[in-house]
Design a protein around this ligand. Structure first.
Ligand SMILES: NC(=O)c1ccc[n+]([C@@H]2O[C@H](COP(=O)([O-])OP(=O)(O)OC[C@H]3O[C@@H](n4cnc5c(N)ncnc54)[C@H](O)[C@@H]3O)[C@@H](O)[C@H]2O)c1
Length: 337
C-alpha cells in the first residue's frame, strides 16, 4: 500500500472482463492501477490507451518482481488461474482471481494453503454476492419473511460467449452456485444434470441442473450460451411469500404476498387448499455497481484484514458444487459426461 493508502494493483488478462476490472480499480479511491498485462499486444494497446499511467507488459514475471505492486487481479481463462495465482502468492502479492477460482478443488485448496502460509488475501471474484438485489433477497430469506424456502428456479441464458477451455457449467454456473450458497447458507447434498454440446464437440453449451439441500430446498438451474435473448431470472418460492429476482429489469426484485395454505384436515374431510394472492411489492434497490463493492472489499481486506464477503471458502464451495454436478451429469444421447 502506498503513502496515500492506495492499494497498488496490476491486472492480468485484458480480454472481455479484464477491462471492467481496470476501469473500476481506476475509479476506486482505495486503489490504483499501476500495471496491466496480457499476452496479446493489441489488448495492451487498446486498454493502455485509456489508462496511460499504467505500465504495460506481456510478461507476468516482471510484475511479480516489482516491489511497487501490492496485489494482482487475475482475469485470464479458467485453466490458467491456478498457475498465475500461485505464482503471484509465491511472490508475496495479494490476489483477486476471477470466478471460478481454479479449475478443480485440489488447485483451489492449494491456493488457500499458500495464501494462509504467506498471510496474504486470496479472494475469488464472485461479483453477485455484492449485488444489492441479491442482498435484498438474502435479507428476505434470512429474516424469515419468505418462510420456508420450498424451491429456487433460475435461468441464466444468453447468446455466447463460448469459452474455449471450459463448459457452460464452469462459466455461468459459478454465478448461480455462489448466489445459492450465499442465500441458503448450505451446500447441495445431491444433484442431477443433463447437458448437450450443441456447437463445439465435447464443450457443453446448455445445461439443466437440479440441486437438493439438506433443509429440503430444491433448486433448478438452466444455463446456456445458446439463447436468442438474455435471461437472468430467479424465482424463490417460500411458504409465506415468493420473490422474483430479474437482474435485467429496472424492478429487479419483486416480492409477491402469494402462496397456498393447507389447513389442518379434520376427520375424513378432504384437503381444502386456500390460495393467497396479495400485494406485489417492488422495493427500491441501490444502483451501486457490484464490481465496485467487490473491489472495495478486496482493498479493505488487504488494508484492515478480515475475510472478504466473497471468501476463499465460498470459492471452494462453488467449485465443489460444480464438481458434484459434473459427477452426475448425463450428456445428451445418454452418454456419461
Ligand atoms: N465476475 C464476472 O461477472 C465475470 C464476467 C465475465 C468473465 N469473468 C471471468 O473472467 C475470466 C476471464 O474471462 P474473459 O471472458 O474475459 O476471457 P477472455 O478470453 O476474453 O480474456 C482472457 C485474456 O487473458 C489473456 N491471457 C491468457 N493467459 C495469459 C497470461 N498467462 N498472461 C497474461 N494474459 C493472459 C488472454 O490473452 C486474453 O486477452 C474468466 O475466469 C471468467 O470466468 C467473470
Amino acid at each position: 500500500v502506498d503513502c496515500v493508502g492506495q492499494v497498488r494493483v496490476a491486472v492480468v488478462g485484458l480480454g472481455y472482463w479484464g477491462p471492467n476490472l481496470v476501469r473500476v480499480i481506476h475509479e476506486l479511491p482505495e486503489a490504483e492501477v499501476v500495471a496491466i498485462c496480457d499476452l496479446r499486444g493489441e489488448r495492451l494497446e487498446h486498454v493502455g490507451r485509456l489508462y496511460p499511467g499504467a505500465e504495460r507488459t506481456r510478461d507476468l514475471t516482471s510484475l511479480l518482481e516489482d516491489p511497487k505492486i501490492d496485489a494482482i487481479v487475475v482475469a485470464t481463462p479458467v485453466t490458467t488461474h491456478f498457475e498465475i495465482a500461485a505464482a503471484a502468492l509465491e511472490a508475496g502479492k495479494h490476489v483477486l482471481v476471477e470466478k471460478p477460482m481454479a479449475a478443480c478443488s485440489e488447485e483451489a485448496l492449494a491456493l488457500v494453503a499458500l495464501a494462509d502460509a504467506k498471510g496474504l488475501v486470496l479472494m475469488p471474484g464472485h461479483t453477485f454476492v455484492y449485488s444489492p438485489s441479491v442482498n435484498l433477497v438474502r435479507d428476505l430469506i434470512r429474516s424469515g419473511d419468505l418462510g420456508e424456502v420450498y424451491f429456487v428456479s433460475s435461468s441464466r441464458v444468453n447468446l455466447g460467449i463460448h469459452q474455449p477451455d471450459v463448459s457452460v457449467i464452469w462459466d455461468l454456473g459459478p454465478h448461480e452456485f455462489s448466489i445459492l450458497r450465499y442465500w441458503l447458507g448450505e451446500n447441495p447434498e445431491s444433484a442431477s444434470a443433463v447437458t448437450r454440446s450443441c456447437v463445439i464437440p465435447g464443450v457443453p453449451d446448455v445445461a439443466f441442473v437440479t440441486l437438493e439441500y439438506a433443509s429440503g430446498t430444491v433448486a433448478n438451474i438452466e444455463l446456456a450460451w445458446l439463447s436468442p435473448s438474455k435471461l437472468r431470472r430467479t424465482t424463490v418460492a417460500g411458504s409465506r411469500k415468493m420473490v422474483v429476482y430479474d437482474d435485467t429489469s429496472n424492478e429487479p426484485v419483486r416480492v409477491f404476498d402469494a402462496g397456498v395454505d393447507l389447513p389442518e384436515p379434520r376427520g375424513f374431510e378432504q384437503y381444502r387448499l386456500s390460495y393467497r394472492t396479495g400485494d406485489i411489492v417492488s422495493p427500491a434497490v441501490s444502483t451501486v455497481e457490484p464490481l465496485m463493492l467487490e473491489l472495495a472489499d478486496f482493498c479493505r481486506s488487504i488494508v484492515s484484514g478480515g475475510e472478504p464477503r466473497s471468501s476463499a471458502s465460498l470459492g471452494i464451495d462453488v467449485i465443489r458444487t460444480i464438481e458434484l454436478v459434473e459427477r452426475v451429469t448425463v450428456a445428451a444421447g445418454g452418454r456419461s459426461a
